[in-house]
Design a protein around this ligand. Structure first.
Ligand SMILES: [Zn+2]
Length: 279
């Protein structure tokens, strides 16, 4: 048996919730990196940093429930402020206050890392076109999130625009300027550019959609696999399901062998996040 880790998954008590973890386990999955949901999906409209606390406590609570159950899956929480919140918050309170609030939210996430209730901070910048001033603010917020991760000696997961080699180098640059080694940066929803990411130092979480993992494996095994399962009760089939990473892994082991997947599912997540992946 081999550990099988999904690098980016969300769970929602109004969606499948723990049932999705059982599906993951039945398909052969063993570990999940459980990422907090955007505040608005929980009906929370943040006006002060402390408003992010219940958002993060929800993620931590779901992870605890999984870890105490007999499902056979370990969940590791990653907490942060979704980069798209800048648009919603700017409409509500103006950009200056929005930026302050998002940075304050990231500080709350860092506190949970210090308390060992989370393993990493999620930050990034919008994946859609924004004004130059919102883009600059987003880069400052992301840099701040990286600096917080540096202080807490943890990794960051980044949600960003679709990246090419230039954008990957830019993200590594912002990390270095924030004091965070690029080796502590995980690009979530990454294209299978294994060599490009290796040169930049960043680790890709390759989206396990059609063909991407094969492309990644052709370049090596320095990557992780993820679904970005969102567990949205309104859009149940909108994304890759929770069984995808274990299923794809098992299919691909036949072709590529098991050894590469020990790197993908155990060695790399252990190295980046400082966690232990044991069966
Ligand atoms: Zn996500």
């Amino acid at each position: 048996m081999i550990p099988i880790t999904d690098n980016h998954i969300h769970l929602d008590r109004r969606g499948k919730g723990i049932l999705a973890v059982k599906e993951f386990a039945r398909a052969g999955g063993t570990h999940i990196i459980l990422v907090s949901k955007p505040s608005w999906t929980l009906g929370i409209h943040a006006t002060k940093p402390d408003d992010y606390k219940p958002v993060f406590e929800e993620t931590i609570g779901i992870a605890d429930e999984i870890n105490r159950s007999d499902i056979g899956v370990m969940a590791f929480p990653v907490l942060g402020v979704h980069p798209a919140e800048i648009t919603i918050l700017t409409d509500r309170m103006g950009q200056v206050r929005a930026e302050e609030l998002m940075m304050g939210g990231l500080e709350i996430a860092q506190r949970f890392v210090y308390e060992k209730k989370a393993i990493a901070i999620k930050t990034g910048r919008p994946h859609y076109d924004v004004s130059e001033s919102v883009w600059d603010a987003s880069n400052r917020i992301m840099g701040y999130g990286m600096a917080l991760a540096c202080d807490a000696d943890c990794a960051v997961q980044l949600h960003t625009e679709t990246v090419d080699a230039a954008a990957i180098a830019d993200l590594a640059d912002i990390a270095r300027k924030s004091g965070l080694p690029p080796e502590k940066v995980v690009k979530h929803h990454a294209p299978p550019l294994v060599h490009v990411f290796e040169r930049a130092g960043i680790f890709p979480g390759v989206h396990a959609g059609k063909g991407a993992i094969e492309t990644a494996l052709a370049e090596g095994s320095r990557f992780m696999m993820e679904t970005d399962y969102i567990d949205d009760p309104e859009r149940p089939g909108a994304v890759l399901g929770p069984k995808t990473v274990p299923r794809r892994t098992k299919q691909l082991i036949d072709r590529f062998g098991e050894e590469m997947f020990w790197k993908v599912h155990k060695e790399i997540p252990e190295q980046v996040y400082g966690i232990e992946i044991v069966l």
